[in-house]
Ligand binder design. Structure first.
Ligand code: ATP
Ligand code: MG
Length: 260
């Protein structure tokens, strides 16, 4: 089980201004962490650092005590824009990840894993041979989730995965990810980026709010299993409603402080 420790992290793109400043986070293995923040505050940049696609300008990122030095298939990523290769079918997209993750494994077994992954996200076998352009946004996102879970990483990085979907599809996929997360043992550590407070309240066991440039943690809270709302109780539980107001106030306070 891998814990993630982010120590004194600051980051600037080459020649640019500071995007992230003085971020300290320690996450236990198996936590579902939501990162909340307004557009442009650096959420995707933060996930890119966790994925190993960028290196910290200052500070350290440690996974189970070891510095993150580059990309690894032990950290699965679901991108803002699905991240499926358009020239490959849905099945080939999943197979490519599986072949990299399990080199030398029998192709028929990998195909069975890919089909099982598609079934788990509610897609039938016919989707295996379809190209991304033949699929709806929700189906593409289901494929991206199937691919991320199929390679069975210990850490899952999800960047506003449902941002482009309608409310009903979004609700289905939120439930799907929660089910996959809670039923997989050992539990994956999830970093889930969103700007939607209600989505964070529904999914997270811990929430961090990122402020604006340079971005740092302006608020954090934990939602232990016995405190977490369901879709039914989300707008009834007074504690959750109070927390919802606090989160909205914290995000807006920081934004309005910068506008004024
Ligand atoms: N490759 C890059 N090179 C230079 N600057 C970048 C790069 N990628 C992002 N930025 C800048 O870093 C800042 C943070 O961008 P980032 O994409 O991390 O924000 P975000 O919080 O994910 O926004 P959104 O909610 O709109 O997706 C922005 O000012 C952006 O212009
Ligand atoms: Mg982003």
């Amino acid at each position: 089980m891998q814990s993630m420790v982010i120590k004194n992290l600051s980051f600037a793109y080459a020649g640019g201004k500071l995007i992230l400043q003085d971020i300290d986070i320690a996450v236990e293995a198996g936590e579902f962490v939501c990162l909340l923040g307004q557009s442009g505050c650096g959420k995707s940049t933060f996930l890119r650092l966790l994925a190993g696609l960028e290196r910290p300008t200052v500070g350290e990122l440690l996974l189970d005590g070891e510095p993150i030095r580059g990309a690894s298939l032990d950290r699965g990523v679901v991108f803002q824009d699905y991240g499926l290769f358009p020239w490959m079918t849905a099945g080939e997209n999943i197979m490519l990840a599986l072949e990299q993750r399990f080199p030398g494994e029998d192709r028929r077994r990998l195909k069975a894993t890919a089909l099982k992954g598609l079934a788990e996200v509610g897609l039938d076998e016919s989707v295996y041979g379809k190209f991304p352009k033949e699929l709806s946004g929700g189906m593409k996102q289901r494929c991206a989730i199937a691919r991320a879970f199929a390679i069975n990483p210990s850490v899952l990085l999800m960047d506003e995965p449902f941002g482009a979907l309608d409310a009903v599809t979004r609700a289905h996929l939120q439930d799907l990810v929660l089910t996959l997360w809670s039923q997989t043992e050992p539990k994956k550590t999830v970093f889930f980026v969103t700007h939607d407070v209600d989505e964070a309240l529904l999914l997270a066991s811990r929430i961090f709010v990122l402020g604006q440039s340079p971005s740092h943690i302006i608020y954090e809270c934990a939602l232990p299993a016995d405190r977490r709302p369901t879709r039914e109780t989300q707008f009834e539980n007074p504690d959750i409603l109070r927390l919802r107001h606090t989160l909205i106030r914290e995000i807006n306070k920081d934004v309005s402080a910068r506008i004024s």
